[in-house]
Each structure stands twice: as C-alpha cells, then as structure tokens.
Design a protein around this ligand. Structure first.
Ligand SMILES: *Cc1c(COP(=O)(O)O)cnc(C)c1O
Length: 414
C-alpha cells in the first residue's frame, strides 16, 4: 500500500491508522469525560472521527476553535473548551460571541472575561508548584513555568471570582508531557489542596494530559487503571465536602494519536562518510521537527518498492533530511548530537518510515526552506482516504504576491 500511495501522492506524506486512536480512547473510558488536546493533531477528518467516538475537545487558538467547529463540535455547551494563559483580542471576542467555556491560566484572563461576558463558564488552570515532562520544554508546572495560576494565589482568588458573575465549572492541572504515572499521581493531592484553598464548589476536575505514548500494553493498562482510581478517590474527597457531584476529565493529546501515525519519506541518497552512512530522505525537520526540537526518538525502518521490510547486515546509519541546515537529522539526542543507529542499508527509491509520528508531527510542520505542507492519509477500516492534500507552491506564495500589495497609509515616522 505504501508504494501505491507514494505513486499516487508523491512523498513525503503522513499516514494515520484510526483503529489505534479508537483503541486508545477505549483505554481511557474510566474517566467521565475524555477531552482531546487537538494541538497534537488537528486534522479535521481525524477530529470528526474522534468526535463520533464521544470525545470532547480543547482549543488553544482561534484557528483551533475553527477546526473544532468544522469537525462538528458545538460551541456553547460542554463540547469545546478554550484553554490558554492569555487572550489575544480576536480570540477573546470569539469566545464571548460563541459562549465557549474558557480554561483560564492567568488572572488577567479572568478580569478580561468578567468585564465582557457575565455568566461565562470558566475553568481555572492551576500551577501546583511542580511539573514534569520528557524535556524541559514540555514541563508545564513549577516556578519556571509560564502556565497556569500559581497555587498560592487561590485563597485570594476565591472571593474575587465570587464577586464577578463568572460561572466556575472546574479546576484543571496539566504538569507536562510524557510524564511517568508516579508523577502524574501526585497531581491528585495537589488538586484537593487547591480546591480547599479556593473555597468554591466545582462541577469537574481535569487531570490534564501528559500521558506517555504506549509501548508496553500490559504495563500501561495497569498504570491507567491505577491512575483512574487515584482520580476517583480525589473526586470522592471533593464531593464529600460540597453539595454537588463532580466529574473527572482527562485531556490527552499524544496518548490518542502518537502511535496511530507515521511519516513516510523516500530515500534519495545513501552516502558513506568515513566508516558510517548518512541516509538522506525527502522529508526534513520542516515536516517532523520533534527530533531537532526535543531530541525525540522515532523508530525508523526502511521498506522496499515491493513493500517488504529491508533487512540485511546492520551498519552505523544516521537518517537526515534535505534542508540546508546541518541539524536536519532525525537521529539525534537531546543535546543535538548526531547519533548513528544500527540499521540495514536501504537503496535509493526505498521508503523510510518514522513511527509514532501521529502527535506533534503535522501540526508542528512549517514552510521552512519554502517547502510545502505534505499530504495526510487516513486508514479507517478498509477505507483509505486523503484527509489533506499537498499544499501547492502557488498557495504558499500567494500571501506575498504582487496583486496583494497595498499601501497602509502609515508614515514610517508616525
Ligand atoms: C498540550 C496539552 C495537553 C496534551 O498534552 P499531551 O502530552 O499531548 O497529552 C493537554 N492539556 C493542555 C492544557 C495542553 O497544553
């Protein structure tokens, strides 16, 4: 199938398998509400499939709100929550117009919303004072994090919110990405503490995202079940001290989509450099930036034009892209040091498959080196369809074309 797709669409392209997303959703059914963090992968066709599985959604920008609506999510109810630490002016107007509940990560957001939209539903994103993540860039708690409302400020915030007409729905904590369960579990106690400090009734608490990508299924299932129990216990504690029931939400991004996607590129050169090899493919870090940005590891294999796995003697191989950047290498560690993996040597014309690329792959792509955004293909049962076509060079250039030139009537010294 990969060869057939490559002939039809050209390379590189993204390939997503819906059955894996559905399996991942099932594993989180112990939570009352699963709310997908679409920044991991916001393809509208995928969002539609995720919505039909009963999963609700987050948006972190005006554009993500538009994606959620395009996929059939409704504004105004509980379907869609806007989460951020800040409002830009356009998005503030949008959430007010469409009555989209807002998860506020700063007190300024609360003030700005209270002024414009009495009765608006809000959540509070709390920084519990600690965080974790697979890299320091994905740690979203603790004193070095810009995210959330600092936990110490909650006792003053309670009376302040009561003085507005805002409608508090729940409390939320997201301490980082790809976090071990033993760290995630600590959030439950912090949640109870924050609830006590705030001194207001809540209808929901959210565990945030951060669940790591599953490799060993048995271990993961046990860990998830334990995690659900911990949140259930936190819910019961909070429920005991108030009059209304509390729902538990989880907000996964990568957990739902990472393992469901891969990036397929074509091998275009195999270079021997000293005693080792560079395999150069037609995808670069403008397509998949995670290895360059975080030192993330993606399992790599090569497939020949008959769709057979390339085997044979292993060599020391680094896999690189076509960009004019020495750092455009997919096999590197967190310090940016290039790593050579023991891999069989492919031939020019074979395909290179980067696994676990369904999350933060296409959504982090750019037009760097003036390369166009690549197609996305979805496999859903026996159905294989194109969920995003390749961007054309004309589309990429059209924002700057002559016929869009106009004068701003602003003098440069004004
Ligand atoms: C990014 C993000 C998530 C999802 O993170 P994953 O590590 O992909 O699960 C969830 N909640 C919030 C607020 C986020 O910013």
């Amino acid at each position: 199938m990969i060869t057939a797709l490559a002939v039809k669409l050209g390379t590189p392209f993204w390939l997503y398998d819906v059955s894996i997303i559905k399996r991942q959703i099932q594993r989180l059914r112990g939570f009352d509400i699963i709310r997908y963090a679409q920044k991991a992968n916001g393809n509208i066709s995928l969002l539609r499939i995720i919505r039909r599985s009963g999963v609700k959604i987050d948006a972190v920008s005006d554009g993500e709100i538009a994606r959620a609506l395009a996929a059939g999510y409704r504004a105004g109810g509980n379907d869609l929550v806007f989460v951020s630490d800040v409002f830009d002016r356009t998005t503030l107007e949008r959430v007010v117009d469409l009555c989209i509940p807002v998860n506020c990560g700063s007190i300024d957001m609360i003030d700005q919303l209270a002024k414009l939209s009495p009765g608006h539903k809000i959540w509070l994103r709390i920084n519990p004072g600690f965080g974790h993540g697979h890299s320091k860039k994905t740690n979203t708690g603790g004193p070095l994090s810009k995210h959330g409302i600092w936990h110490d400020q909650l006792s003053e915030l309670g009376p302040k919110i009561k003085a507005t007409e805002l409608n508090l729905v729940g409390l939320h904590m997201h301490i980082g990405s790809d976090v071990e369960y033993k760290h995630l579990g600590k959030v439950c106690d912090a949640m109870i503490e924050s609830y006590m400090k705030l001194g207001m009734q809540v209808r929901a608490i959210s565990a945030g995202g951060g669940l790591s990508v599953p490799y060993q299924n048995d271990y993961q299932n046990a860990a998830i079940n334990h995690y659900v129990q911990q949140w259930n216990a936190a819910r019961l504690k909070i429920q005991e001290s108030q009059m209304i029931p509390v729902q538990i939400e989880i907000e996964p991004g990568r957990f739902l989509v990472a393992a469901a996607g891969c990036l397929i590129a074509e091998v275009r050169a195999v270079k021997k450099v000293a005693e080792r090899y560079f395999v150069i493919v037609d995808a670069g870090f403008n397509d998949l930036v995670r290895p360059v940005m975080y030192g993330s590891h993606h399992h790599i294999c090569f497939i020949d034009s008959a769709s057979k796995l390339v085997t044979g003697a292993s060599h020391q191989v680094a896999v690189a892209g076509p960009l004019c950047e020495a750092g455009d290498v997919f096999t590197q560690n967190k310090n940016g040091t290039i790593e050579f993996e023991a891999l069989p040597l492919p031939k020019v014309g074979d395909f290179c498959v980067f696994a676990d690329a369904g999350a933060y792959g296409s959504t982090m792509s750019s037009n760097y080196n003036s390369r166009t955004l690549i197609p996305e293909v979805i496999i859903d049962g026996s159905d294989v369809h194109l969920a995003r076509r390749r961007q054309t060079i004309k589309e990429m250039l059209c924002l700057e074309n002559d016929n869009h030139r106009y004068f701003l009537n602003i003098h440069k010294d004004s």
